[in-house]
Design a protein around this ligand. Sequence first.
Ligand code: F6R
Length: 621
Amino acid sequence: MCGIVGYVGHRRALDVVVEALRRMEYRGYDSAGIAILDGQGGLAVERKAGRLSNLEAELDEIGEEHFTGTAGMGHTRWATHGRPTDRNAHPHRDASGKVAVVHNGIIENFAPLREELEKSGVELASDTDTEVAVHLVARAYEEGPTAGNFVDSARSVLRRLEGAFTLVFAHADHPGTIVAARRSTPLVVGVGDGEMFIASDVAAFIEFTREAVELGQDQVVVITEDSYTVTDFDGNSEVDTRPFTIDWDLAAAEKGGHDYFMLKEIEEQPAAVADTLRGHFVDGRIVLDEQRLSDQELRDIDKVFVVACGSSYHSGLVAKYAIEHWTRLPVEVELASEFRYRDPVLDRSTLVVAISQSGETADTLEAVRHAKDQKARVLAVCNTNGAQIPREADAVLYTRTGPEIGVASTKAFLAQMAANYLVGLALAQARGTKYPDEVAREYQDLAAMPEKIAELLTGMDPVRALARELSDSPAVLFLGRHVGYPVALEGALKLKELAYMHAEGFAAGELKHGPIALIEDGLPVIVVMPSPKGRAVLHSKLLSNIREIQARGAVTVVIAEEGDETVRPFADHLFEIPSAPSLLQPLLSTVPLQVFAAEVAQSRGYDVDKPRNLAKSVTVE
Ligand code: F6R
């Protein structure tokens, strides 16, 4: 996820900006850049692909004397549009070199804006969506009603942009002013003594001030060394902002006030799902990413394989239910490590969906290569721009969660499910198995999920309390049916890897075929209930399963849809999740299981960010 900083004050801006970028390194990035205003009409920009140290080496070589000035901005980029190269790194400048921009987010209507600029003779120097913004501001400053007014020029352009963005503009002729704006991506103001900051997060400036201001949606902030002015995009100053005092130390600030990145990442899940969906429903149609399969190619597909490992595999299991239901295509979900060793039947009309957060998992990569050798089409669902798996795939759909630092997958898992649903809807749309209005309705249901996840996250204290109570259990079982079955597997995996506790997930229908022998007095069994409305038959069958295990002494912990009263008498502990369409329920039912596992692990004294023996990217088979 991109990190952004802007500064106007009395210190050397170069030092403040580079240090701020270092403090935001934890957000993950693939290139970095700075722009420093020298106060004499000059604007020095440097940017470099790779680590911040690459940029610093470059600055050393050029000589720091070329970067004097007490105002500037910096950026660490997490690529979305355009590969992570020097030329795509931010800041971007207009043709005169006087105006610069850095950006976090996605400008969804960049394509028509780019076309408009190109038609008027502007040459764009990068593949990014961002660059259009700087040329538009430069043009608005040169001509028309906002000519000569930097702030109004920026506002006039902001009003034209669609999507999610934090944008920061600097103009060489206005060296004491930085203009920034936000819509759906983070931006905070740091209020210092004779200096002002703006940044993606307070970690950037906590060394200098603890006084901060949270901005609202669609707001513009203009900072000078001794003022900050907030308006909406039209310039109205009656807007809501929230001043606050930061009471975290630096280490905690980087983790957003949490003890562990994983806990922060669990909280980030509404945004992870929203960001993954953003920009994929345009003019009533599902669109996949820049690198994509044509509708004809999607129509030619007669079978789908999903290959992945670990949690990513579980997200694929959920996808099977949705893709088969929406497209009537057969879907097989396979562990990547098994896939190529069993000679799967693949040909040109097979779609292989390879799901990988890191994009580097060796087994998944080899499965992709095997599928390509057999002439199958490969679509990667990946969180890491430019990683090997998307590079080798025919098409890619990025999950946009920003970096996942906790080793155990949480927000990436939810985002993968969201991306997989998009794949299913894109297939249904191309193949005509769903009418456009049906696809639109399914998408609207999906788009409503982030808010439900956010609502669910506010009620997790009882889950944590139960986790502490059960943290000494020798084992926990998880049961689910239909899409609840992969959720049960994921819940068990989280508990194993974080809390080192014996945990197993079962398809509830299999209970009587063996697992019921494990049930004994006091054994906690977590049951993921389907919706009583959407899956009435399965619901009643699971209800019987709960009765059976309760009769044998199990402690029943039930995750059920709000208002599902039938389950209450059989649940020793009941956690309600918001109501949602059955196929989408895993986006909710997974969340309490993540929280449960993390809390058990913490109660047992374990580091949830770095579980023993595990690596975030498994690059060997
Ligand atoms: C579990 C977890 C792992 C990964 C698996 C695949 O919490 O994180 O099971 O899901 O190693 O990794 P990616 O998705 O990077 O291919």
